[in-house]
Ligand binder design. Structure first.
Ligand SMILES: [Fe+2]
Ligand SMILES: [Fe+2]
Length: 294
């Protein structure tokens, strides 16, 4: 199968509807071919969150010539490279040479996988957050929303039966294969209502705070997490003896299990074509140096 047909089949398998209710526009979607040719036979597919240098090398070793990544390849929204070319950026040049020497094609699957994959019952699931909840064993904690076209899409509400923050964090570390997690608040605190919010990065954070207040959320399980908005708020709530705790998983750490989970539905999407399929973790880039170990 040609690489362009692999991409076409995955798009056709997905729900393909944008947040505005209209079909995803292939000219403006994030889901572009970020590097390489598509008019060639696909020798193997690697799914990953971020097509890092290590992932590209590993994909080549596995004999794959298509990486399907969830995130951008070249460090900015839209994968613009003019600024990198103009400034002769050394990392960019070396990464491009690596891609070239491996004859690698990289296609981004972001909008399509979030738009929905079939749930097997005539409905749709967000492929990334379903993957995270499945791989970490938290899927049974999911609270469905009424009249929601796509399940698991964030903000994603979860219910727990007085489970400790530490216990939930342990499930995430094991299920997502992480080096550790950052907790703001008390790891021993027992919580009942949690949420995976939208990214906390200073854009819609008042809305997140309003929702935490309205729904009495005890615990936020976060992707991007800056200090000066929601984290401040949760810390104040915690100090006022309210349950307001945070587990900061990290953006790519939280989304990567969704690209592992993709291997569960990719064979069906491709019509069970005989193409070798692999998941290669871009992996947790964090290492933790704890004060007590010094
Ligand atoms: Fe993302
Ligand atoms: Fe995403």
């Amino acid at each position: 199968m040609l690489i362009k047909d692999v991409i076409g089949k995955i798009k056709a398998y997905s729900r393909g509807i944008s947040e505005n209710g209209k079909p995803i526009n292939d000219l403006t979607t994030r889901d572009q071919v970020l590097y390489g040719e598509t008019e060639k036979e696909c020798t193997g597919i690697v799914t990953t969150c971020f097509a890092s240098v290590d992932v590209i090398r590993k994909a080549h070793e596995l004999g794959a010539n298509l990486i399907i990544s969830h995130e951008a390849l070249f460090y900015n929204h839209g994968d613009h490279t003019d600024w990198l070319i103009e400034t002769e950026n050394k990392v960019f040049v070396a990464k491009k040479e690596l891609l070239e020497s491996c004859s690698m094609t990289v296609w981004r699957n972001h909008d399509y996988i979030h738009s929905g994959i079939p749930d097997g019952k005539g409905g749709w699931d967000d492929g990334i957050f379903k993957g995270f909840l499945s791989e970490t064993g938290l899927i049974g904690n999911y609270i469905p929303k009424i009249n929601q076209a796509v399940r698991y899409y964030v903000p994603c509400d979860l219910a727990f039966d007085n489970e400790s923050v530490e216990s939930i964090a342990a499930k995430i570390i094991k299920g997502a294969g992480l080096n550790g997690l950052r907790i703001v608040g008390d790891p021993k605190k027992k919580i009942s209502r949690a949420q995976i919010p939208l990214h906390i990065m200073g854009l819609n954070d008042n809305e997140t705070i309003k929702e935490v207040n309205r729904k009495d959320i005890d615990l936020l399980i976060t992707m991007e997490q800056i200090d000066f908005t929601v984290t401040e708020y949760m810390r104040d709530g915690h100090d006022l003896e309210m349950k307001k705790e945070m587990i900061n998983v990290g953006h790519f750490n939280l989304e990567e299990p969704g690209m592992k989970y993709m291997l569960k539905w990719l064979p069906e999407a491709l019509g069970n074509e005989d193409i070798p399929l692999h998941f290669v973790k871009s992996g947790d880039p964090n290492h933790f140096l704890l004060a007590e170990s010094l």
